[in-house]
Write a protein that binds this ligand. Structure first.
Ligand code: SF4
Length: 81
């Protein structure tokens, strides 16, 4: 499985990831990007059919703020599929 979240400390609100992967990334009230999948927790697997979009978003982020891992970012809150 693949998990993702946005590091809001470094996101510069360029919007590129929302263009590349509109089903994964959205804009929060501060204009920063976040993962719509699980409210930026990085604990819910990205659906298979969105993985290409995720890769595009990751490649296109100018600040490398999109974190991707094969493990949930919070081990104590793994969602079962
Ligand atoms: Fe933020 Fe990167 Fe998305 Fe731009 S592409 S909005 S810097 S996470």
């Amino acid at each position: 499985y693949t998990f993702t979240l946005v590091d809001k400390e470094t996101c510069i609100s360029c919007g590129a990831c929302q263009m590349a992967a509109p089903d994964i990334f959205g804009e929060d009230d501060d204009g920063l990007s976040f993962s719509l999948i699980d409210d930026n927790k990085g604990i819910k697997p990205i659906p298979e059919d969105l993985l290409d979009d995720l890769e595009d978003a990751c490649d296109g982020c100018p600040t490398e703020s999109i974190l991707v891992s094969n493990h949930p970012f919070s081990a104590d809150a793994v969602e079962q599929q």
